[in-house]
Design a protein around this ligand. Sequence first.
Ligand SMILES: CC(=O)SCCNC(=O)CCNC(=O)[C@H](O)C(C)(C)COP(=O)(O)OP(=O)(O)OC[C@H]1O[C@@H](n2cnc3c(N)ncnc32)[C@H](O)[C@@H]1OP(=O)(O)O
Ligand SMILES: CC(=O)C(=O)O
Length: 523
Amino acid sequence: MNRIEIYDTTLRDGMQAEGISFSLQDKLLIAKCLDDFGVDYIEGGYAASNEKEMAFFHEAANLGLKNSLIAGFGNTRRASASLEEDLSLKAILNSKAPVATIVGKSWDMHVTEVLRCSLEDNLALCSDSTAYLKSKGLRVVFDAEHFFDGYKHNPQYSLKVLEAAAAAGADVICLCETNGGCLPRDVYEITKTVADAISGPIIGIHCHNDTDCAVANSLAAIEAGARHVQGTINGMGERTGNANLCSIIPNLKYKMGYEVLKEGALQKLTEVSRYVQEIANMQPVANMPYVGDSAFAHKAGLHVNALMKNKATYEHISPEMVGNARKLLISELSGMSNILAKLEKYNLSNDRDLARKMLDKVQEMESNGYQFEAAEASFDLLIKKTLGTYKETFHLVKYHVNVERSGSGEKTTEATIKLTVDGETEHVVSEGDGPVNALDEAMRKSLERFYPSLADMRLVDYKVRVVNAKAATAAKVRVTIESRDKNDIWGTVGVSENIIDASWKALKDSFEYKIIKDAQESR
Ligand SMILES: CC(=O)SCCNC(=O)CCNC(=O)[C@H](O)C(C)(C)COP(=O)(O)OP(=O)(O)OC[C@H]1O[C@@H](n2cnc3c(N)ncnc32)[C@H](O)[C@@H]1OP(=O)(O)O
Ligand SMILES: CC(=O)C(=O)O
């Protein structure tokens, strides 16, 4: 069989990550996104855990999912409870999910020390819990917890657990690398033994990332015969996380030739990763393989030079295959090729004189603290200034920012700005939450009359960095601002000894970029 089932546990194991808490609405949005992406299973949560988890299952039934089956998660029955009375099994049935995933103990040490029952009793729990859920018409995934560690200590017993679940009718026997401490060779060999020993159910793999090998371990298990893989979007999960589906899926498809998801789904991978990241309020990890912002970002001059001749020189796949985009960065490590590549947008990529001037300018500015990597819009304005096509869209006469704090802790911040547009003067004052916000508000207030489309622009990120730390408070600071409107997102940069002035420079570039962009688009 060449097809691999993709089982997503972002909403259950992913939510076990420190700092992650999904609301019911978050869970429903993610489930919809995963269904559009086309994963085979969405594990919705630990059904017996709390009301929100249960509510998810009931609401998810109305989402009209087209591609994915919802799985309700729980454990094998407690030794002290009957099948009908066991809270975990009851909750799975109450969830009305078509798939039941039950975690059962497959390491003898866990049976004797955590469940505190006999090894025989645990075999009965695994077997009768599986058979009971099957008798209710559910598809059953049996998650053999700590299977690899268990196998290393007592292989006969761990295999007996799998055999008990298989004989009871489990559809999938999933080998869990719960503590995440194994390396690929062990995972391959142990999975191969299981795949040879167990016939009937599909063999699955569920890995954690404690040795940074969760993806490699999952792929090793697939090579050894597993045909079902569990993981989470962006690898979020308990401790160091779960196996990252955003790496596993493209590796299976593009590197190993397996069938996964539906045709065309991989082109949505980056979007899915960022959507889940946004809902989870996670810090973006730029160097994530395939989906990270830097996954196809090229900085070194030699690399860009070669890429312009043939993309395969420094890219293992083309970014479009996973819905990501190539970025060519401008920095002090740039060569002529980085600049020429940027000039392509202006049909000027043959103008080597211009490229040389730009490169000299970039290197001079970067030695003074500028950095253009995250400030494409400032770079764009610099090209126009060097070409002589730049026309000032407004002219600053002066600004003044006042920050006051009273003895009782009351704070007020006010910015006054005087500027001219085509000879007309505007002089306005604005309050703000802080000096940059006040300056931003004052600029909007003074410019919106001339450029109404500024109303749909907003500042989304603001970063400050000291660039020559040795000079302490006299050091320069670099301010990088990210702005967006309905269609675009752009970055600008300003450097000064004064943080307000550095912010002003970055803000000015941002406003000018937006005004020029809109004028060009309306032509
Ligand atoms: C490997 C994994 O990640 S599995 C998923 C783990 N996820 C979670 O724990 C998150 C959700 N959990 C919860 O909301 C709660 O822990 C609940 C509702 C499941 C249980 O809560 P409580 O009844 O208060 O029990 P508590 O969490 O303290 O202890 C777990 C109990 O389950 C038992 N148990 C653990 N695994 C199993 C199993 N596979 N089969 C049967 N019983 C089990 C433990 O022995 C313990 O029993 P004890 O109280 O007799 O010592
Ligand atoms: C089931 C599970 O999450 C684990 O064993 O890690």
